[in-house]
Design a protein around this ligand. Sequence first.
Ligand code: SF4
Ligand code: SF4
Length: 226
Amino acid sequence: MIGLGLTRGFLVTLRNFVRSPVTIQYPDRHVGLFGAAKEAGMNPFRFLVGRPGDSIKAIAGLATVPVKLEQSPRFRGNEFTFFEDRCTACASCAKYCPLGIIEIVSVPGKIDALEGESYKLEVFDIDIGRCMFCGLCVEACPYDALHMGTGFEQSTYVRDELILTLDVLNAAEKKPSSFYRPQFEENAFDPFAETIENHYDAGRHERPSDEDMKKRWVDERWTNDD
Ligand code: SF4
Ligand code: SF4
């Protein structure tokens, strides 16, 4: 019918005009007196009496509170979670990185150093300033030592600070993403609410012990060659 399209168009405009906004303020949002009191864990009256300065700010619309965004456990942030105890220094992650931004230096490990049947890390650097967070290094890691992280607020003014060294990785909170890690999803692990303290809980299977590696790469190899 002539004219109906126009009415429908106006109705769409009207519906969007009255619906609540979908914009989320980040990293802080403005709150009034009630919001500020709730954030402080107090009722508004106690907040008004106990913190008059903050109350005036809140009434004037100047108070802000940090916003916590809800994200999927599979979210990939711009950091990594690393469990050195799971790492064999095999360098698969470095080989698979299309940008070549993982630097690994390893030295012979504990048993039969000259045979080199086990290795330990001396350098493990990831330059996240050049990383595209594709996750290929994480997919390539055979022992689930390297995981995508869930933190995403790593911006800095100095490029050198974007290099994650072994010390930085070891000291970081272990909040790995569930990306390419079905064991986390099966256990309903929530990186935004909990951490993984024990490296045994981070993988599907364990790295071989030094004794197993010696058996596989030294004892059996020499036996087979004979
Ligand atoms: S996420 Fe991709 S670009 Fe970044 S280090 Fe891993 S493989 Fe390289
Ligand atoms: S993080 Fe994984 S892929 Fe990289 S060196 Fe260690 S065990 Fe190998």
